[in-house]
Design a protein. Sequence first.
Length: 500
Amino acid sequence: MDSIVTKTPDQPPQVITKTPFQWLSHHWERWINIGVHNDLSLWERKRVRVLNGITAIGLSVYFSYMLAFLVSPDRPTFWFAVLAFMISFEPALLNYYRRYTAASYYMILQNTFLYTLIPIAKQNDGSEYLLITASIMPMLFFRNIKPIAFLFILNVVAFFLVRYAQTVISPLWHTPESANVHDVNLFLFILTLFLVVYIFRIENMQQENRLIRRNEQIRQSLAELKAAQMQLVQKEKMASLGELMAGIAHEIQNPLNFVNNFSEVSGELIKELQEELEANHPDDVKILAGFLKDNLQKIAHHGRRAESIIKGMLDHSRTEVGEKRPTNLNALAEEYLRLTYQGLRAKDNTFNAKLTTSFDPSIGRIDGIPQELGRVLLNLFNNAFYAVAQKQQLTDETYQPEVTVTTQRANNWVTLQVRDNGSGISPAVIEKIFQPFFTTKPTGQGTGLGLSLSYDIITKGHGGELMVNSTEGEYAEFIIRLPVSLAAETQRLTPTVNEY
């Protein structure tokens, strides 16, 4: 028995003695794990452990025979036990060197050889019944039907050949003192069959427990991945919102400048109006009042313009998934194209690009989630402007960056195309362009989630399609196809810039 010494700084050493069962269990685990390593699959791990366990059973049986017949006059049985004991180590040895399939074949064919030879050579032995056990073992060690069927048929044929040979061939020797070996071998056959099934059952239970633990680890990892994914998606949404901020600030600045200017002018008009009232000049008062009225109308108009821009910004910043509603795709595309372009120019006022739009007024409204579609458009527009800006840096001054946005209707589908005359996309990149975390931008400039999220929004969220066409060195074109629902079909309208 093993003893374990434990020692702590404040306590004297303690000796923990293992019980015989613990000692046996410990060394049993060490034996059946011969050849097991982390690269094995669960099934391969079980095969190795079961094979080592059956090897241990065989060694125990043969060693018992050696002890039982050590001083017996039945010397052939003793020497057969010695031979069987010596050749029964090989399966564990082959497992140690990771020759797992060879170990499985060796185990079964060794039993076939021994239990065919011994009962023919020795009268009243009964060990031929162990061929039945050997015929079952292939199902434990192989998954392919061919070796299972071959080894099963081989052992069954060997069993019946042995039974036939016993009727026509005289045994090589017969020892009256060992006549009870036949009954012992029958008992060992039943016991071996039981132990094989028991070991297999124990391994199945352990494998099931390992699977439960692994599944729990996978569930925890999946929960962590989902949390990380949500953070990345939120980061991507905030990044897209940040891309809009410069454009929105520019858009708001214009009406605010008008409001400020007209407010100052209106203040001066009120001062002049007071002076004219004091001077009793009614005609001049009417003229000044007209100017003042015009200024107030302009202030109100630009105030509403700023309000609509802020409303659009709030719609875009919503994080919850909204409900589908009839959406003016033309107005949405025009608004986001302008905001994206102004945002880029706010960062680099030297950048200029030609914006070409061709909106089909017949598409009317589609059923969609405006803020989600806006994120898709923002991503496509940003990519288009990035592509032409990169090409502009690499070419001469004759290159004119251009981004074209087109909508059209065909039957029950609406198509929106975003095309740029940048450097295009290679076929190798196109194959992976919608994969999460794939990006061709330098580190820190792209998360690789923009097109992946856009693809999910269009395909899963709207039942549409997102495709890409490109000729490397000439252009890249992203195509959105969205279905037209019956509800949206009933609401045709003339597109306006701010209404979506």
